[in-house]
Design a protein around this ligand. Structure first.
Ligand code: FE
Length: 333
């Protein structure tokens, strides 16, 4: 009897340890790079005692992994860049809604899923970078204007395969309608100085090398050059200030449908929206905090304040297929 009692005690102790371990961790699958999330998660761990386990990879690969792992997935949170990617995860049924007072308070409604399945934690602006030796900023104005003949053989663009451009065109469709957006994209393609670039950094190097005068990039790529003092005569310009404002996108996260550590996942998302986390999360990548009460990093703040589009970023997802087809029709490679 005594032996039996002892076994029960040991079993109970093991059960308790297992429950305790599960209780003290949260698993993240992240398309946001390791050096951008590690310090953020370390701070959360130090504050809460909840261990953040993570693996990183390309967004579509992680998404497929969560899909194929099904109910057995280890992922409690899917973290990625671009609303188009978050939207795809939600549409595939991989995320669950989380209604939170903290997130409602800290994150503006246009930067999150209307169904609360994902939330933006940083903002990136997709705007113009230009050669200040060749262009007076008074010549610059709007996304639409870059389709004008005056920019013939002066424009550089990144490939339309990148979700950043798909989201940009989707948001233009939302703002201006499909036929107007067709005209714009057609004009852009006609104005290309050289074939499309594989990434934003190469595009900026193209401008610096004199291949073109102006291009469209995410603000933080320009920030990286500036931080390394490699930006030369490049400058940022905020587009559409007299109309709908600069197109912005997010990096963000949502809780997976089969999250095992649900309470910890909720705690992590809530905390990510707090001023304490926001500075780290946005500043590490020279992005803008999604929480509007938080000041950006000094380098980013020095770019000045600007008007950005406040249309719900979920539209980038809803209109993604339409945007891809439109770019293809207009010959945007
Ligand atoms: Fe990027």
């Amino acid at each position: 009897m005594k032996i039996f009692h002892g076994i029960v005690v040991i079993l109970l102790a093991q059960l308790f340890t297992a429950a305790y371990a599960a209780d003290q961790s949260v698993n993240v699958y992240s398309a946001r790079k390791e050096h951008l999330i590690k310090p953020v998660f370390a701070k959360f761990e130090a504050k809460t005692g909840i261990k953040v386990e993570y693996l990183t990879g390309k967004s579509p690969v992680l998404l497929e992994r969560i899909k194929s792992e099904g109910a057995k997935t280890k992922a409690d949170i899917f973290m990625t860049v671009d609303a188009g990617n978050l939207w795809a995860a939600a549409i595939a049924g991989l995320l669950q809604a989380y209604k939170s007072q903290e997130l409602d308070k800290n994150i503006p409604s246009y930067l999150k899923d209307p169904q609360n399945k994902w939330f933006g934690f940083s903002i990136r602006a997709r705007t113009i970078v230009y050669n200040s030796k060749k262009i007076n900023p008074s010549e610059l104005s709007t996304y639409e204007n870059l389709a004008e003949k005056s920019w013939n053989k002066r424009l550089c663009l990144r490939t339309s395969n990148k979700v950043y451009n798909q989201s940009l065109v989707a948001m233009l469709i939302d703002q201006l309608g499909e036929s107007k957006t067709e005209e714009i994209v057609k004009g852009w393609v006609q104005n290309l100085a050289v074939p499309v670039f594989s990434n934003d950094t190469r595009l900026m190097e193209g401008i610096l090398a004199g291949q073109c005068d102006v291009g469209i990039v995410n603000s933080y790529y320009y920030g990286r050059l500036e931080k390394d003092k490699k930006h030369g005569d490049l400058r940022l310009f905020w587009l559409n200030q007299n109309t709908f404002g600069v197109h912005v996108n997010i990096s963000g996260a949502g809780i997976t449908k089969h999250a095992k550590n649900l309470e910890n996942a909720k705690k992590l998302l809530d905390w990510l929206s707090s001023p304490e986390a926001q500075n780290l999360f946005a500043d590490l990548n020279l992005e803008f905090p999604a929480n509007q009460s938080v000041t950006p990093a000094p380098l980013v703040k020095a770019w000045g304040s600007f008007k950005h589009s406040q249309k719900n970023i979920a539209k980038a997802g809803y209109l993604q297929a339409k945007a891809i087809k439109l770019m293809d029709r207009m010959g945007y490679k």
